[in-house]
Ligand binder design. Structure first.
Ligand code: PLP
Length: 401
């Protein structure tokens, strides 16, 4: 029954999901407090209080027939206008509702954009390490994923390699900043250079290359680091945003895509993307959550960054003190740690014997590293430290004070 295209997806069912199941199995044996599951990017911080307040207000104050009804495939006009104004205020952009398309999270936003632009055989470039679903999304529309190997020095995208890899078949480049799994934020310098290359290649090949900026972690940036707004650097940018992490609402499936006026054939693109939203079966983003998001923005709801920051510092300091090596993440809620042995899958297996669940870097096309998601309780990090220390001991890593 299953289609040929589905079969490999079933066979390679996400390693992260499998680990999530493994965590549940170990918890049943050892007790949940003795299993240190760092595998899934599911926020542990509660949604800000404004979310519940807004939900209740929508139920009490808005007409229920309207709230639960269909609307334009792009979403409610007033919600889109509120988002546009908020972006303009924060990033000095000039968006209107005409530029904002409500989607079922960033995952759906990416699919909407890829469906809108890809012809079979078109290439989409990604930088390793990258969110593994990109490959599946690109293949949904018979596109071809082109992977640029990691720059393990600082995990900024390798633009020299990009320059060589972009061809007349390149339709899009996907970036993700702050990044899953490295926690790196792409600098302004990186974006300027990236824009320069894409502009030059678009011109040379006579085809605009779309830069897709996948931004579910935009609001999760620490130490006051600036996360540059990508549309300001490159005209053919589509931004895929999500409230999954910024308001801790991953199960509610709400986000949006920005298609700026500066994009080639902007309004035609917007119309096509709205149709893509419909024909992919989403029809429109969840109506109730759109109404809730409008109120959350008006109330200034924001993520509890301090909780993640505390975890980040504890884990980074703790792991480097054990002798593990990793770059200090500036955003998102992941740490990308160098495996002390070449095959990081073996390292992950050894870690799981200490009840530590980590994700191998090969799941992000970057072997030799592991991802640790620190969107967990502070107590879990504290309790896991002796296990990390014992694991470091197995490898004879040098303890640092
Ligand atoms: N992009 C990246 C890099 C992610 O890490 C995730 C989720 O973890 C997504 C997209 C999908 O997010 P959403 O829940 O908004 O669909």
């Amino acid at each position: 029954m299953i289609s040929e295209k589905m079969k490999p997806l079933v066979e390679n069912n996400s390693v992260i999901r499998v680990m999530f199941e493994e965590g549940k199995r170990l918890a049943a044996i050892y007790g949940p407090e003795n299993v240190y599951d760092f595998s899934l990017g599911n926020p542990n911080v509660a949604a800000p209080k404004e979310v519940e307040e807004s939900m209740l207000e929508v139920i009490r104050e808005e007409d229920s027939v309207f709230v639960h009804g269909y609307m334009s495939n792009a979403g409610y006009e007033d919600v889109r206008e509120t988002i546009a104004e908020d972006l303009n205020r924060r990033f000095q952009t000039a968006f209107g509702s005409r530029n904002i398309l409500m989607t079922v999270g960033a995952a759906s936003g990416l699919n909407v954009i890829l469906k809108t632009i890809l012809n079979p055989g078109d290439e989409v470039v990604v930088f390793a390490p990258y969110f593994v679903e990109y490959g599946n999304y690109v293949r949904n529309y018979d596109g071809k994923l082109v992977v640029i190997s990691a720059n393990t020095e600082d995990f900024q995208p390798d633009l020299e390699k990009l320059e060589k890899q972009v061809s007349e078949k390149t339709k899009a480049v996907i970036i993700n900043t702050p990044n899953n799994p490295t926690g790196v934020v792409y600098s302004e310098e990186t974006l300027k250079r990236l824009a320069q290359i894409l502009r030059q290649k678009s011109h040379a090949f006579g085809n605009p290359i779309v830069l897709i900026s996948d931004e579910p972690y935009r609001e999760l940036a620490y130490d006051g680091v600036l996360v540059p707004y990508v549309t300001k650097y490159y005209e053919n940018t589509a931004v895929c945003y999500s409230y999954s992490k910024s308001l801790s609402l991953p199960g509610e499936r709400i986000g949006y895509v920005v298609i700026p006026d500066e994009m080639t054939d902007s309004q035609e693109m917007f119309g096509a993307a709205s149709i893509a939203n419909r024909v992919l079966g989403c029809v429109n983003a969840p109506s109730f959550m759109q109404r809730v998001i409008k109120r959350c923005i008006e109330k200034g709801a924001s993520v509890n960054l301090d909780a993640y920051d505390r975890n980040r510092n504890r884990l980074y300091e703790g792991l480097t003190a054990c002798g593990f090596s990793c770059i200090r993440p500036q955003g998102a809620f992941y740490l990308f740690v160098k495996s002390p042995e070449e095959d990081e899958k073996i390292f992950c297996e050894k870690a799981s014997r200490h009840n530590l669940l980590l994700v191998p870097g090969s799941s992000f096309a970057c072997p030799g590293y592991v991802r640790i998601a620190y969107c967990v309780s502070y107590q879990q990090i504290e309790r896991a430290m002796p296990a990390f220390l014992a694991l470091a001991g197995e490898y004879g890593l040098e303890k640092k004070d």
